[in-house]
Design a protein around this ligand. Sequence first.
Ligand SMILES: Nc1ncnc2c1ncn2[C@@H]1O[C@H](COP(=O)(O)OP(=O)(O)O)[C@@H](O)[C@H]1O
Ligand SMILES: [Mg+2]
Length: 485
Amino acid sequence: MEPIDYLRTITRRWLLILIVGLLGGAAAWGYSATLPEQYQATNSVFVTSDRGETTSELLQTSTFTQNLVQSYAQLATTPTVLGPVITRLRLDTTTQALASRVTAVTPLNTVFINITVTSRSAAEAVMLADAVSRSLATTVETLAPTGPDNLPSISVKTVSPAQLPADPFAPNTELIVLTGALVGLMLGILYALAREVLDTRVSTEKDLDRVSSNPLLGMVGRKRRTDPAGLVMRVMPHSALAEAYRRVRANLEFIDVDSPPRSAVVTSAVTRDGKSTTAINLALAMAERSTRVLLIDADLRRPSIAELCDLEGDVGLTTILLGDVGPEDAIVRWSDGIDVLPSGAVPPNPGQLLGSAAMKTLMKRLLEDYDFIVVDSPPLLPASDALGLSRLTDGAIVVARYKATTRQQLTTTLESLEAVNARILGVVLNQVREHRADVYYGPLTPMIGASTPMTGPINRVTATRAPKAAFDDSGRRDPESARTK
Ligand SMILES: Nc1ncnc2c1ncn2[C@@H]1O[C@H](COP(=O)(O)OP(=O)(O)O)[C@@H](O)[C@H]1O
Ligand SMILES: [Mg+2]
């Protein structure tokens, strides 16, 4: 992924990221609500010495006091100071435990000591701060040197008694919630990126490039449920979807301008990728150019062409291969310029039938009679029938289903075709969703990879900006199609 792709992933999944962020904030808020409230109160004392008569004496004592203040501050957390506090207030605690809740700091170059006490109760914090500073005063006065009058030379006076705190200082809910929300956002972004990186389903032309150098013949959008039922090329001949099939046809013609392929097998990795749909619509697109197009249903495992074309499928390819009838008795004129050879009865040994010499001879003969033959086939991963068929035709068109076929599946499919030296005419990405196509190609982006001649004429815009929803299965039959049997 390139940096721009990361950015796109984030903008595309903004809602998810936002939700995870909000959840993080909410979780942090819940957590902070479980934390006990803590209050702080501060008592400031002033350390002074009233010794000295002359200026120089006063200066001397002042320096002396300032030097000592730091040490006095340290005293505030000693048992000497805290012991009497515990006794006087009858606290159920130890000097050590109390010390952990007391801090005494001296602002730089001053003779102030700020004694701060933390407590679960605001009133107790005040009481303790005052008691500790009183005890500190007593201790300091005991420790200080005495003057000639036997009085302590240093005194500690409270200048700012502790105030009852209005709000707890902890937990800092705002900070905790903000942190939770930020962590949530980060997790959301990481999740979105990880999904994008780990998602191996084919969804862009780049994914195809990563898998192979085979050209992209076209991107067929997804038919909406609300679109008229039936085959796109017939019921919506002017739609972007129909246009996408025409572009596949155009790209096939461009593969070799002097002798364009005259037959193709349509296959894919697994079932329901859209092989049969692509085969029929491609045949219909071909029939717009040529009057002699044949569509063969060579998916002898799950034939569907007869049903899709609303024809009887009992007599067909297998009947011919078994020698019961000739091609002329099995091939059906479906509509103008397009003939259909249904599958016939489903045989127990489809692989054997399709690989037979009879099949080879049949194909040879049919190629003489038709300008273009489209062969529908079973999926390649579970069955190898399409491999043989690809050798009997001018090559294979591999259908990949947007956001369903994985790169691994597509690679295996293409590799197995390459392994038998089959010609791969190209890949058709099927059921592309509109918004996704726009994200990647933009409404007016010209073709990428125009250097490959066969991809040249694809207008990616029309090919990808097709309607969204799926064909519904109920809509397979085309009421307008000519019933020939
Ligand atoms: N471009 C498309 N848009 C919406 N639905 C599609 C599209 N192509 C195929 N489908 C639907 O997907 C399903 C499987 O298609 P089908 O052509 O029978 O696949 P396969 O022959 O590969 O098993 C069918 O219901 C079909 O209507
Ligand atoms: Mg099929």
